[in-house]
Design a protein around this ligand. Structure first.
Ligand SMILES: *Cc1c(COP(=O)(O)O)cnc(C)c1O
Length: 393
């Protein structure tokens, strides 16, 4: 049986897969099983932040696994301690880290921090967490309930209590009550349609929450790790959240999640944990990704790449205003609105046939999340193929 037949027979059907199997890559280039080449404008949904087959990352991982892939959190783990230092230093916040294996698990950690904080503070237990409509926070029972999309709450109830949805940032204030412990949101909703929040509104919200002793928890699973131009979107919005979660790009493809918090003494041994989280392999990957992207940032290369990408996207958008209604996003988290879902589906398929892969967000947004190390040649080639795809509609 070939891959497609094996998959159909043995793998549960949770994804509507496109009929292609990628087998290798180099930076933003991909090859499928038929040796056809593509430009990768998705980086595995913001995961391969330093590109495919990055030599430095691969060498760091290979060196580490010669010694050991995993030892348990019952003992000290050097790359974990170093990764935490690198993340905290880059953030500019006075925080500590906990390592998990995915974005959903990082958000579970954030929710546990909020619930424990609510337990300690005051006589009434504070437990309610406000999230936004169209948000996305993960697929576990709790994070799916934290996600403000009704369509994702089918089948799986009963859910944990205590999640309240605001239709937008403006509505949050009216939903605060004595039981509210935290607000959790994305500064650019990724799955929801690549819509950045307004900076002034977020800064006002941060002030309001501080004055009401409500935690601000920013889900940076997609926006984090230089995706928007700064290490964190929170840095760009110039706010000081109480809790930040990371995953996707921070391991460069190695599964990992991080929750960072300024509540540095919130947990005691036994309160939280993870068998795999923070192991030698995954935190070695974090250290190298942080070094590579930190250097890109310092040298100015990241800014140059972002400007090149923005310029290419802008001229692509201007050339195809008959198809795209709006350009949205921040940094290298980009979206182009299409008039309807059907057109979007056609563009994504036709783009793949032309040799560039792109993503969908929400109902009608074409989403582009290139590796942060994408070259000018790769950018130009990608938009050339995307133009062909759009013109052939
Ligand atoms: C992808 C994503 C998640 C979930 O991450 P997983 O690693 O799939 O669990 C959570 N929040 C946001 C904002 C995401 O983009």
């Amino acid at each position: 049986m070939n891959t497609k037949e094996l998959d159909t027979k043995y793998v549960l059907s949770t994804y509507a897969r496109a009929d292609v199997e990628f087998v290798s890559g180099k930076n933003a280039r991909l090859k499928d099983a038929q040796e056809k080449e593509y430009i990768d404008f998705t980086s595995g949904i913001a995961v391969t932040s330093v590109g495919h087959a990055n030599e430095r990352l691969n060498n760091a991982i290979c060196n580490q696994i010669q010694n050991m892939i995993h030892m348990s959190n019952l003992y000290y783990i050097a790359p974990q301690a170093k990764a935490a230092q690198k993340l905290v230093d880059a953030s500019g916040y006075d925080m500590k880290c906990f390592f998990s294996n995915s974005g959903a698990e990082a958000n579970e950690g954030a929710i546990k921090i909020a619930r424990k904080h609510g337990e300690r503070n005051g006589q009434v237990k504070k437990y309610k967490i406000i999230t936004l409509d169209h948000s996305f926070h993960g697929r576990t029972i709790t994070t799916v309930k934290a996600t403000g999309q009704e369509s994702m709450h089918n089948y799986f109830g009963p859910f944990p209590d205590g999640f309240v949805y605001a239709k937008d940032v403006d509505e949050i204030e009216s939903l605060l009550d004595d039981h509210t412990v935290a607000v959790m949101l994305e500064l650019v909703q990724g799955e929801g349609g690549v819509q950045p929040q307004d900076k002034a509104k977020i800064q006002n919200l941060a002030k309001l929450l501080k004055s009401r002793d409500v935690l601000l928890m920013i889900d940076e699973v997609q926006t984090g790790v230089y995706r928007t131009g700064k290490f964190l979107a929170s840095n760009l919005y110039e706010i000081e959240p109480d809790v930040i979660t990371l995953a996707k790009g921070v391991g460069g493809g190695v599964p990992v999640g991080v929750v960072m918090t300024s509540l540095k003494e919130i947990f005691n041994p036994g309160d939280h944990g993870s068998t795999f989280g923070g192991n030698n392999l995954s935190t070695t990957a974090i250290c190298e990704v942080m070094d590579i992207l930190g250097e890109c940032d310092k040298s100015g290369d990241l800014e140059i790449t972002m400007l090149l990408f923005e310029k290419a996207l802008e001229s692509f958008y201007n050339a195809h205003k008959d198809v795209f209604t709006e350009k949205v996003g921040l940094g290298m988290m980009c979206g182009l609105r299409v008039k309807d879902a059907e057109t979007l589906g056609k563009i994504i398929n036709s783009a793949r046939e032309e040799g560039v892969i792109v993503l969908k967000a929400g109902k009608n947004t074409l989403r582009i999340l290139p590796p942060l190390t994408i070259t000018k040649e790769e950018i130009d080639e990608g938009f050339k193929y995307l133009s062909r795809a759009v013109s052939s509609l």
